[in-house]
Design a protein around this ligand. Structure first.
Ligand SMILES: [Zn+2]
Length: 496
């Protein structure tokens, strides 16, 4: 039986041999928040219940927060109560009090638009096929007859593991209605996975019903447990009719809507306006109360400002959220242009200026639509800055707080009442974080550590020291544990 708690247990260093998965965190001490302040957080029932900033607020006059506030620094390593002299791992299990000195708090990330049924199939299509959107669809459809529910489950599970390890605790996946075999085998596989992962990762299953999927099959998918109605009007023979059909189905079922929208760089010559404008006008006319999302919206990037403004105005008035997916659309668009290749990204600055909720994700992962990708929210933030020209804090919001808004989920962040979903990264500046330079991560979902990734590097030159990037205040030790309970898994050097 675990003895009485003796105090916080150090999170350990980013390059420590450590594994805190399974720890239920009740308190997080000395963590740096995004605004640069040091704070102590209290967690209960999957929620952050209190945030005490060092040196601020009446609660800073008592307890550990007061010590931090009074001294302005954390305890020195080795001193009583310091990271090097804290309680055993058993105390973590008992008290859940972690000292996160040297780590930075980041709200949990979301992947607002994935295709788990397609993920990790890039090596199944012939080399040289795929590329643009139409080619990728053809390549995908050529292999779907060989794909069963078990195959989908195996790849989806592997993909979700990558997301979770990198700080993504919520995923919205779109799923095809198959044209051969059981049309809903993907739905069934992903709905079952959603239930299996409940409590660790939130999975929303959104139907991707092309115009070939009749209303009866969509209704059947609803009965099978999908969370969101979705389709792709821009690929239909009559986009307006398909948008109307999708919204009819949403009205009938009461489910939220998420449509692939305007995933081309050129306007539909028939209408002269992007499909999202029609979607927004229909949402307003119907008075839909469920959340409606438009994913991709690449065409908006080709509109002159004078034409774009009224479109974004009606989108804002309709309360639509927009999901931008830079890595996949940078890959899929522009294959047929020979100069001034379009970026394939929605006009992000104008969208934010219009007051529209903006989420960002990666879309496909290692499949015919995107042969690369790291399942990493900071890969997306990097592209939002380099290709989308967002500021670092805007890019981070698009994969964290704003993404949750678009997905209709409770907020995350270091505020009382927020969901206890966050990741801890080495205490680097925000630019380093969103550049993806901080590969070590400890991920907390619902107040429990669900992933713990530490990274060690060795460089064979006396002038180069990988530990120079170690965060301030962090020691090179693992969380303090009883010798018998945790092995020190140091590798044996080879050839030395
Ligand atoms: Zn998609």
């Amino acid at each position: 039986m675990t003895g009485p708690a003796t105090g916080p247990v150090s999170l350990g260093a980013p390059d420590a041999w450590a594994d805190l998965t399974g720890t239920v965190v009740t308190s997080l001490c000395g963590v740096r928040l995004l605004d640069g302040t040091i704070a102590d957080l209290t967690l209960a029932g999957g929620t952050i219940t209190a945030v005490t900033r060092a040196g601020a607020g009446p609660e800073a006059t008592t307890g550990r927060g007061a010590a931090t506030a009074a001294s302005g620094t954390r305890d020195a390593p080795g001193a009583p109560g310091a990271p090097g002299a804290l309680g055993a791992l058993g105390a973590v299990e008992s008290t859940g009090v972690l000292d996160a000195t040297g780590w930075r708090f980041v709200p949990a990330a979301s992947e607002p638009h994935a295709h788990l049924d397609k993920a990790l199939t890039a090596n199944r299509i012939p080399p040289g096929t795929g590329h643009d959107l139409v080619g990728a669809i053809d390549a995908w459809r050529s292999i779907t007859p060989t794909i069963d529910a078990g195959d989908i489950t195996t790849r989806a599970r592997a993909t979700v593991g990558r997301y979770l390890a990198r700080g993504i605790t919520t995923v919205r996946t779109h799923v095809d209605v198959h044209m051969t075999g059981d049309p809903l085998r993907g739905v069934d596989a992903l709905v079952a996975l959603r239930e299996q992962l409940r409590g660790t990762l939130t999975l929303q299953v959104c139907l991707l019903a092309g115009e070939h999927a009749p209303d009866a099959v969509v209704a059947e998918a609803v009965d099978h447990g999908i969370d969101v109605i979705g389709g792709c009007p821009h690929l239909a023979s009559d986009p307006r009719h398909e948008t109307t059909r999708m919204l009819d189905l949403a009205e009938r079922t009461g489910l939220p809507v998420d449509l692939h929208t305007d995933e081309q760089t050129t306007l539909d010559e028939r209408s002269g306006v992007p499909d999202i404008a029609d979607l927004a006008q229909q949402v307003l006319a119907r008075g839909l109360i469920q959340r409606v999302t438009a994913s991709h919206c690449v065409r908006l990037g080709s509109l002159p400002p004078a034409d774009l403004a009224p479109v974004l105005d009606v989108v804002a008035r309709a309360g639509l959220g927009i999901v931008t997916l830079p890595i996949t659309n940078l890959y899929l668009q522009g294959w047929h242009d020979t100069r001034l290749i379009p970026r394939g990204i929605a006009p992000l600055r104008a969208i934010l200026d219009a007051g529209i909720d903006l989420a960002a994700g990666a879309d496909n992962l290692r499949d015919p639509f995107n042969p690369v990708g790291r399942a990493d929210p900071f890969e997306t933030t990097s592209l939002l800055v380099s290709a989308g020209h967002l500021r670092p804090e805007e890019a981070l919001a698009a994969v964290t707080t704003s993404a949750r808004t678009v997905l209709g989920l409770p907020p995350v962040g270091a505020t009382p009442g927020a969901a206890a979903d966050f990741l801890l990264v080495p205490d680097a500046d925000l630019g380093e974080v969103i550049a993806g330079g901080t590969t070590a991560r400890v991920v907390v979902s619902g107040g429990r550590v669900v992933a713990d990734t530490r990274v060690r590097s060795s460089l064979d030159h006396p002038a180069l020291d990988p530990t120079e990037s170690r965060p301030r205040g962090a020691t090179a030790t693992a969380p303090t544990t009883t010798p018998s309970s945790t092995p020190t898994r140091r590798p044996t050097p080879i050839g030395r």
